[in-house]
Design a protein around this ligand. Structure first.
Ligand SMILES: NC(=O)c1ccc[n+]([C@@H]2O[C@H](COP(=O)([O-])OP(=O)(O)OC[C@H]3O[C@@H](n4cnc5c(N)ncnc54)[C@H](OP(=O)(O)O)[C@@H]3O)[C@@H](O)[C@H]2O)c1
Length: 313
């Protein structure tokens, strides 16, 4: 496993991270299976485990907290996020100081830990002034409830605004952005986010680097039973199409020539940017995380990147 910094900041995260979205406490309930996936990840060098209050409505944090309690706390980078509604209450969503502070209290309780290493604003909230958002997250750092804070899917202009405000006022700026990025979803990150992250020396940790499984090749012949796209119509709509199937089939020859699987090729491709801190992948089975770990430390040569670009168009 290789480790990378979050931009200029000191904490190091594993190139491959494991996330809990739509899996733990949601499609995967068997704690023994989840514990096995976590064990393989941890023993393979993964230190970053990504979560959010909204994942399985708090259950994902509870399950991961219980399992990760078996590992030394200082060897873990635990994250969570706040923004999405946790109930119908008028204040139980968004980035108001009230919701941020109440959310961190509940997340720490669910994880049964004293602090989170990373805490994300899960989206930008246009109804709250930047002053309130930045002072609220920065205050949690000062109190030791979180070590760093970050953003997820924020417009590039708001990343700049948050950094500028924090720096001007002696507050803790966001250290990392978490956008979606993969071979099948690349424009926003490449055109805007990487540039802004570089400007403010932030890290970038990306979600759905396998395009939710599409890039693994598992959908080459259709929808296999028990897969994310066979079980969830909304998810299928993101990436399952004949055009994407054709691209992913064509990627097989490139992966074969590199001695990689398509999942490994896809993760190594995401990690080719120096600004990229890690790829947060998901796994419903131990064999999946085992395969993903094979992407750590792989550098793709220029001619391979050119072949991939030709296929992606
Ligand atoms: N910030 C945000 O707004 C946001 C949004 C979404 C996700 N995230 C984070 O990003 C993490 C990863 O997202 P993701 O799960 O969509 O990532 P992904 O790595 O693109 O997809 C993971 C899914 O692909 C399938 N898969 C993985 N490896 C495979 C293999 N070797 N062979 C066959 N299938 C394989 C599995 O689904 P099946 O077995 O079910 O088919 C697995 O759950 C989340 O857990 C979360 O932490 C953040």
């Amino acid at each position: 496993m290789r480790y990378r910094q979050l931009g200029k900041w000191g904490m190091k995260v594993s190139e491959i991270a494991l996330g809990a979205w739509v899996t733990y406490g949601d499609t995967v309930h068997d704690k023994e299976v989840i514990a096995e996936i976590v064990k393989i990840a941890y023993e393979g060098g993964v230190n970053f485990f990504d979560n959010a209050d909204i994942y399985a409505r708090g259950k994902a944090e509870e399950i991961m907290g219980e399992i990760l309690a078996d590992y030394p706390r200082h060897t873990l980078v635990l994250s969570s996020k706040t923004y999405w509604p946790m109930s119908k209450d008028v204040n139980d969503h968004g980035l108001s100081r009230k919701h941020i502070r109440e959310s961190i209290t509940k997340s720490l309780r669910r994880f049964d830990t004293d602090y989170l290493d990373l805490y994300f604003a899960h989206r930008y909230d246009q109804n709250v002034p930047m002053e309130e958002i930045v002072t609220s997250f920065s205050g949690l750092v000062d109190e030791g409830k979180i070590l760093y804070w970050g953003t997820s899917e924020w417009p590039a202009s708001r990343l700049a605004e948050a950094n500028t405000f924090a720096i001007a006022n002696g507050l803790h700026p966001p250290v990392v952005e978490q956008p979606q990025y993969s071979m099948l979803y690349r424009d926003r990150v490449e055109k805007r986010i990487l540039r802004e992250a570089e400007r403010f020396e932030m890290g970038v940790v990306v979600w759905s680097p396998l395009a939710m499984g599409m890039l693994t090749g598992k959908y080459d012949q259709g929808l296999p039973e028990g897969s994310r796209f066979s079980d969830d119509e909304e998810m299928r709509g993101y990436f399952f199409s004949e055009a994407n199937q054709a691209k992913v089939r064509a990627l097989k020859a490139v992966a074969d020539d590199m001695g990689l699987t398509r999942a490994q090729l896809s993760l190594a491709w995401v990690l080719r940017h120096t600004q990229m801190s890690c790829a947060i992948t998901g796994a419903t089975k131990p064999s999946q995380i085992d395969e993903s770990l094979g992407a750590a430390g792989v550098d793709l040569p220029e001619d391979v990147l050119d072949r991939i670009d030709e296929i992606l168009g």
